[in-house]
Write a protein that binds this ligand. Structure first.
Ligand code: ZN
Ligand code: ZN
Length: 410
């Protein structure tokens, strides 16, 4: 027995006025997801606990059975997913290429969602040397579009600084130490210096001159946020005795997989956005399940569309995930392979952020007693046989179906 877990990032939502108070999953009418739910047992899942709105780091770690409350920042996962080898005393940050004006006031946190051109800009940011904090080494890596990771390496640094993503209208370069230590002060200074240097290197870059000429926002600064020292997590294999592989475009998810010792399958065409090649992911999943006990297939696109308030985009990526689900369930034997479908959290199109609502989960297998749910969405799965469960229950449910239940007592 083995399992494939399909995660649509931020795929669940609330009812929307624009959709006659249907959710995007209801509006998309995903036939293969509905078939998956019809062939198994469904329910509602609180990724952490009722009413708690998780970041993707907390939600996905919770679903994999790790304690989400131990996470101090997503930076180390982003950096590991970007291919940076972390050292124990590093402080790692997620980064955005963003747009600021000449007074360092934030204009666009994602630089107009810059895509291909971001790679060219990133070349200018290789080998950045800090001048005032020259003993702190800087490693920057751009990942997908406006996203990237930054690692600070050196003696006497600390993650206890106020590195958050400034909102439009806020001043950047305003990272402050959060305690009285010299480490926190040095780190805050180093971050502000890095942001200033990134602006010097990017503001007149030919890519940005072209963007300005086309009236697109220039990606003229790098903003580090959500920093932390690397989190030590128990290797997935040691925890569950399952050989696991992960297929994802988003660096955060790749990083969670790497730091938990899963193998990461690179799929060309996995963009971490709504244009991702979901069929390539389905094929990669079907190949990977031949040599693994568990394959996780993560699709970031619904979350991106939701943060943009893009209703059509969200419905269209749900339909693409539906085709991927179809390609997977049509090629596996549910007597041998358990297929789990869930979202890691709700990302509300209306509010453009994560909320604390539960998400639908469905588990297809011949080993479960089928319930009467015939659709995969927030409303239909309310009536499912799983009832209402939490993120930490997902792995025990899977282990039980794989005939390796956690046992208690004699
Ligand atoms: Zn997420
Ligand atoms: Zn999100």
């Amino acid at each position: 027995m083995r399992a494939i877990m399909i995660i649509g990032d931020g795929m669940a939502d609330r009812p929307l006025r624009e959709l006659d108070y249907k959710t995007p999953l209801e509006a998309a009418k995903p036939e293969h997801m509905d078939k998956l739910a019809s062939n198994g047992i469904s329910g509602l899942l609180d990724p952490i606990a009722p009413g708690i709105a998780p970041g993707s780091d907390a939600a996905n770690l919770s679903i994999l059975g790790y304690d989400p409350w131990k996470i101090k920042g997503r930076g180390p996962f982003e950096a590991a997913g970007a291919g940076i080898e972390l050292e124990a005393r590093d402080v790692a940050f997620r980064c955005n290429l963003a747009t600021v004006n000449e007074n360092f006031i934030m204009i666009d946190e994602r630089a107009g969602r810059i895509r291909e051109e971001a790679g060219e800009l990133a070349k200018a940011l290789q080998n950045v040397q800090l001048r005032e904090n020259s003993d702190i080494k800087v490693v920057f890596k751009q990942t997908l579009g406006f996203k990237g990771a930054l690692v600070l390496r050196g003696e006497g640094i600390s993650s206890n600084v106020s590195a958050t993503m400034p909102n439009a209208g806020d001043r950047v370069c305003s990272v402050k130490p959060l305690d009285a230590s010299s480490e926190a002060e040095r780190t805050a200074n180093a971050l502000n210096e890095f942001v200033k240097i990134s602006h010097e290197l990017l503001k007149d870059h030919p890519v940005n001159r072209r963007r300005i000429a086309k009236e697109k926002p220039p990606a003229n600064v790098v903003i580090p946020w959500s920093g932390a020292e690397p989190l030590i997590i128990q290797p997935f294999y040691e925890k569950y005795k399952l050989k696991a592989a992960c297929i994802a475009g988003a660096s955060l998810i790749k990083g969670i997989a790497k730091l938990s010792g899963m193998s990461v399958v690179d799929v060309s065409g996995a963009t971490g956005d709504i244009d991702t090649d979901t069929m390539a992911k389905a094929n990669a999943a079907l190949r990977a399940i031949e040599s693994n006990d568990l394959v996780i297939v993560h699709v970031e696109g619904p979350d991106e569309a939701s943060h943009d308030g893009n209703i059509r985009g969200k419905i269209s990526i749900i339909k693409k995930i539906d085709s991927m689900v179809g390609a997977i369930i049509d090629h596996v034997d549910l007597a041998e392979t358990v297929v789990v479908l869930l979202a890691d959290h709700v990302t509300s199109l209306r509010f453009r952020k994560h909320t604390g609502d539960p998400v639908p989960i469905a588990i297809a297998s011949t080993e479960v007693v089928q319930d009467d749910v015939r659709q995969y969405n927030e409303r239909a799965t309310c009536r499912g046989g799983l009832g209402r469960i939490q993120g930490k229950h997902v792995m025990p449910l899977i282990l039980n179906l794989l005939s390796i239940p956690e046992k208690i007592g004699g």
